[in-house]
Design a binder for this molecule. Structure first.
Ligand code: PMP
Length: 304
């Protein structure tokens, strides 16, 4: 990753190398931080950078901080202004990934609830090649963190220890990504994405009590499937073998967008090619995020 010139750090736009944190902070010692990953999409015709579903990201960010018992940080208005200033400082005029992080800078006891630091990054990032060609997945031998251990619903930095272990195993075993089951043995999610399957024209996804992050892309997929294709998504417990029996499987998230999963544990999903419903949902999604499709203007916050 090429580092951008500027970062927002604790109230100021500073050079990348100045966004530092003490190694003995709670963030450094225990991963006590929460964050949101956002995407901005450049629209050439409008000469505009659209931030996708900013309001929903702020809502989840506030929930994560509440659940972690953080002291109050900057307001949404301050954060929005900071994001705008940062995109302009880095002259972001392409698809980009943004990260808004809140973390405990206290160097003392683990129960401290503040001070809360804030860092925002905005880094150009095109779609991954897997969006087109699909990905191979492994059912991980790691299980997803259960809700009464470390709630996956909270977008907490330390949760990604679980995602990382599963991702390293998948990579070392020659797969693109892991799919984690939960402690009840049902399908949960990918390391940074939610899972959908298509069977007999029906769209199915693990429900929110499956130890998943309540994904904004997952909710977007469900909405566009209904509005554009008149398909109601069934959210429920999903068995591991249903993934093998599926006609199509895809995963989705802000960073990964919507990407087909074309094999699982080396078995082809359907005919081993990206599925037609997946491709259709991708088309609708990319038109909306970039603002080529003008529906849902409330989902796109213009930066410039
Ligand atoms: N699950 C996990 C564990 C994630 O980190 C992400 C990425 N934020 C997702 C699912 C997808 O969530 P969203 O669509 O809100 O980006």
């Amino acid at each position: 990753m090429a580092a951008p010139e500027f970062v927002y750090h604790n109230g100021k736009i500073v050079p990348w190398s100045d966004a530092t944190l003490h190694a003995f902070s709670l963030a450094g010692k225990y991963g006590i931080g929460v964050f949101e990953g956002l995407r901005g999409y450049w629209n050439d015709e409008d000469e505009q950078l659209y931030l996708f579903r900013l309001a929903e990201h702020f809502k989840r960010y506030a929930f994560s901080q509440k659940a972690m018992r953080f002291d109050p940080g900057p307001s949404e208005e301050e954060l929005t202004q900071a994001i705008f200033d940062l995109c302009k400082a880095n002259n972001i005029r392409c698809s980009a990934h943004l990260r808004v992080s809140a973390f405990i800078t206290n160097e003392g006891d683990m129960v401290a609830t503040g001070p809360v630091g804030t860092t925002i990054t905005a880094i150009p990032r095109p779609s991954a090649s897997q969006v087109k060609k699909g990905a191979s997945a492994q059912i991980s031998s790691w299980i997803r963190i259960p809700d009464n251990v470390m709630p996956a619903r909270i977008k907490c930095n330390a949760n990604y220890h679980n995602s990382r272990l599963a991702s390293i195993q998948a990579k070392q075993d020659g797969y693109d990504l892991p799919i984690l089951l939960n402690s009840r043995g049902k399908v949960s999610e990918g390391p940074t994405t939610c899972i959908f399957l298509v069977k007999g024209g029906r769209l199915i996804t693990p429900d929110v009590a499956s130890d998943i992050l309540e994904s904004i892309t997952r909710e977007t997929v469900m909405k566009i499937a209904k509005e554009y294709l008149d398909l109601t998504t069934v959210d429920r417990d999903v068995d591991r073998s249903e993934l093998i029996a599926a006609d199509e499987v895809f995963h989705c998230g802000t960073g990964a967008e919507i990407a087909p999963i074309t094999s699982i544990d080396r078995l082809p999903v359907g005919d081993g090619q990206p599925g037609s419903l997946t491709t259709k949902l991708q088309e609708i999604y990319f038109s909306l995020v970039t603002g080529k499709d003008r529906n849902h203007p409330e989902w796109r916050t213009p930066v410039y």
